[in-house]
Structure formats: structure tokens, C-alpha cells
Design a protein around this ligand. Sequence first.
Ligand code: 6R9
Length: 630
Amino acid sequence: MSDRLHTLSGYLYEYQKSVTQPEEFWARIADSFYWRKRWSKTLKWNFKDPDVKWFVNGKLNITENIFERNMFTMADRPAIIWEPNDPNEASRTLTYKELFHEVCRFANALKAKGIEKGDRVIIYMPMVPEAAVAMLACARIGAIHSVVFAGFSASALADRIKDCGAKAVLTSDGNFRGSKKIAVKGLVDEALEKSPVDTVIVYQRTHQEITMKEGRDFWWHDAVADQADTNVAEEMDSEDMLFILYTSGSTGKPKGVVHTTGGYMVYTKYSFENVFQYSPGDVYWCTADIGWITGHSYIVYGPLLCGATTLMFEGVPTYPDAGRFWAVVEKHKVNQFYTAPTAIRALQAYGTEPIQGYDLSSLKVLGSVGEPINEEAWHWYHTHIGKDKCPIVDTWWQTETGGIMVSPLAGITPTKPAYATLPLPGIQLCIVDADGNELTGNGVEGNLCVKFPWPSMIRTTYGDHDRCKQTYFSTYPNMYFTGDGVKRDHDGYYRILGRVDDVINVSGHRMGTAEVENAINEHPKVIESAVVGYPHEVKGQGIYAYVICDLTNRTEENLIQEIKDSVSKIIGPIAKPDKIQLVPGLPKTRSGKIMRRILRKVAENSLDNMGDTSTLLDPEVVKQIIEGRK
Ligand code: 6R9
């Protein structure tokens, strides 16, 4: 059943209803799903503890809502189309029936290995259909999945295994990425030395040589070989955990954002069909990796709950050349295309030549996610990819929000370049000043908060509820604080201005400055460091590191390289600083706080307005830093 809106007045009407009668509104949407037992109360909440429960006492399984609920009508419809890294390798299509059988077989395999409801399972896999099968099989048996982006290092993987106390790791022998072949199993082995698990299941992708540990490691194809293709889904409570996804914050350690079953299901389906205006038979493609929230909500759960055909792409935008995205759009006649501004800017740099010759006429909707989209990239996307006929949905949301919060509804909401436009039904935004006063009316700018719960919101941070409370619910009482700055213009449209905390956004990937500093500080020659973001043409933001170090027995150049390598090893290549400046000292206040504001100015090269430096312990340091800037 579809809950799709079709007109602007329809949206405005629904929005109004969703605010005045939120429980009735969401109960109506939730009623189109299959519940083993209907909920007794739609919502219970307070933002103080915080304690939020949707569809209280409802019983369900999310995979029953993907498969059994639709099986009579959709069995032969393509669920996943897979496009491999190498365009010469054949693509694969799995119908809903085929996907269902794969999920059941793998669910049975997990059970046979002793994985039970409530156990945590790490998924560290390439972009192959089996990664989606792995997630859905966990959901089928009630195990909690935690997908770790396959570009993270062994040590980042080990930290996540340990933090969630995982019982199993699902992985591959290796991954193809552009022209590279990455030895994934070796990284897993290294991680498991630090954080052991009972079971490892290895999907064979690259056929490279790996070591398998007797009794612990099993091949995927062996594990499913004798399994039945039917499986009775585990009955889950609406508030049972569906997954944990680690994300970076302003403090050192990544935190495990927890999403639960009922609310996440309702919201991802509802937001998917409305934002993208998906019609049965369309081919939808989101280029994200399943290691990020975008991959969870809008490659796997949202589209599949809608009975959509979702395309999964294993490769990168520039392999074998910068026309690859457009070749894939043409080949599979993609109707909705959803990517990140950093990819658009990277392709923009190649000019329009790589687009020539590809038939992009199937495209109906273009999407953007992950970071603010600058006007230039917006226009390029609109003109050269959308041929001025496809609406762009600039979707603002976060790992913590579970689903899209602010976005045009494609073809319904009039768009404006660089604006995420209006909140989705059920989303009650609030802009506050630094003291937490709500800024009402239009033409205001401040910090973005949400003042009422929505079904797919974060419930806790795994193993540390207080951290959830401190990070999101303590800055402003009775509000969820997003960490983003925002402007509401004279039309009431929202424009996201970027993070106001110590989180930077590099190519659409979230990174805590403290997290990068900790990694830099692990180098034995480093005494202290400070990391800030600076504007970067393609990545949105680049990483600029100021480092105090001991240069004995090293040249400056060597040490900078060693630091970069070591950050790659500790977190992953995505966290490698773009610029490292060795400095004699850092600008600190008398109380010992690093004044990042000054470091940001230097990194941005805007030196004329350094602001107040009177509280600095040693103003001389700033001069030296400016002289040595990169
Ligand atoms: C979905 C996702 C969340 C942060 C968020 C914000 C930035 C995401 C955006 C956007 C401007 C958009 N962000 N979408 N900024 N316009 N359309 O990206 O989740 O990885 O948790 O990042 O990304 O700063 O706070 P996540």
C-alpha cells in the first residue's frame, strides 16, 4: 500500500496533521505494515533521559514486511540489480523471491553457527548483494547487525567488534575497488588478534589467497550449502534493536548509534517513497556504501520495504573512466539517482566530455546527500545530468535521524539551489540561538534542533546511554540537537550551513577532529596536535593538522609521510590529513584550551580577521604558525 503524496497542498495538509496529531498520523502510516501483534500505544517519550518508544508492545519482523507481505504480487520483480566494479563482469539481478530464498538460507546458516536473537554481528563486506543478504538475514533471526565500512582499518574494525561485543564477523576474501584489489581477510585476521570472535564467514569475491582458521572461519558457500530456503522469522518487539552503526562525534571514540525495529521500518519506507516519488517498476540507484547510514536506509531497507528495484554498485565513479556513473545509468535505465556532492564535484572537474554519448533520458529524479551542496555543483548536476528536467532532492539527515528529515518531495516541492527546503511530515524543527532561545519566524539563522520525536530517531548509544543524553539532549533542554547550523529564509526554506561542533565532513564522511588527533598522537615522535577542517574544492572539507613533534633523526618530509601512513593505519585512508604543518606550539588560552578558531582561520587563509587573541597565553605562536602555513 502506498502512502505517497502527490501535490504540494497534499504535503502541506499532511504536514499540518502530522504536527497537530502526530500519534494518529503515524499510526495511520504504520497500519499499512504487517504486525504480528498491533501496538498498544503509539508513542511514549521524554527527551530528558532520553526515553523514546514508538509503537509500544507491537510485534513484528522487518523482513516479513519486505518479503511475506508482498510475495503474492512481487515475487518476480527485481529487488536488487548488482553492477560490479569491472564493467566487463556480468551484472546480476535478484528478484524478490530469489532474494528471499538467499536471506532464508543465510539466516539458517547463521543459526547453525549458534547466532541467536540479540547477538551482535559485524558485517565488513564489499558492495555485493550478499552484504544486503547478510543484513536482512540478521534482521530475520533477530541478531543485531553492525556494518563497518570496508575502507576502515583493522584497528578501527577491532574497536567496533569490541565495543559491541560481536559474536561473529561476516566478510570477504578481498574487495575490488577501481583498479585496486584489497586484501580484506588479512585485515580481519589482524583485527581479531585484538578483538576475537567465535565465528567468521567469508564470502568469496576475489579468489585471492587467504588463511582460514580451523573452527572459526567458514566459507559463505559452504555455510549455506545445505540450508533450506525457508525460514520462520523471529518475532521482534517494536523497540528491539535492529542495528548499531558507528559514527564520529566531537569526542575521541566513535559511538554506536542504535536504531530499533518498528519506527525505523515505518519511517524509512515512508520517507523513501515520498522523497523519491518511487513508482512500481522504476529502477532506483543510490551510490552510497552500505557501511554508511545512507546505504542502510536508502539502498537496503527503505527501497526494499517499498518493493522497489534497488541498484547496488560495487565500484567507484572514475573507474574505468569518469563516465562510469552515466554508463550504469544508461545500462540499467536508472530512474532515480542519489549521490553525494563530493562525487558531483569530482566528476565536474572532468568537464562534460565523459557524459557525452550516454543516454540519460531514463532519469526522473536526482538526489544529493552527505554535505551541503554548493550552488555551482547543484547547477551542473541539474543542467548536465538532469538536462534541466529532473528535480534535485537535496536531502538533509544524519546517522542519528535514521531517515531523511528535510528535503523536497521530488516534483512536488519547488526547489532552490543549495536548499534542503522543507521538513518531511512528522518532523518538527526548531532553530535556537546559542542560549537555546527558539528563533521564530522567517529570515533567521542558528542551531538546528528537533523538538518532537520521529519514528526512526536514535534510541541510545550502544553500551553508554549517558553519552547519548550528553551529546544530543543536553545542549538544549527538551530538544534533540543536530550539531548543524541552519538558516531559514524568507520563504521558510531551510539551508544547512554545516557543522557547528568539532566534526568535519570530508567527502561526505563524518570525522571527529579529536579522533584524527588521537590517531596522530599515537606516532611516537608527536608531542601534540590540533586538527581542523578547511574548504576543499572537491572534498567539501579537507583535514588540516598542526603538529608539534620531535624531529631528531627525521626530516620534516619523512615525518609528515609517517604521520599520514599511521593515521591511515589507525582509522583508514579517509582520515589521512590533506595538510600537515609542523609547528613550534599551539595557540592556547591561559586555561590550556586550544583556540581552534584561530587555527581554522589560518587553514582557510583568512588572516585579516583573526578575532580576539587577547586571551592567548603566547600570541607569538600565532605569528610563527602563519609564517609556516601550508
Ligand atoms: C546522511 C548522512 C550527517 C551530517 C549532518 C550534516 C551533513 C548530510 C546534508 C548535510 C547539508 C545535506 N549533511 N546531508 N549537510 N546538506 N543535504 O550524511 O549522515 O554521515 O551521519 O552525516 O552530514 O552536517 O549533520 P552522516
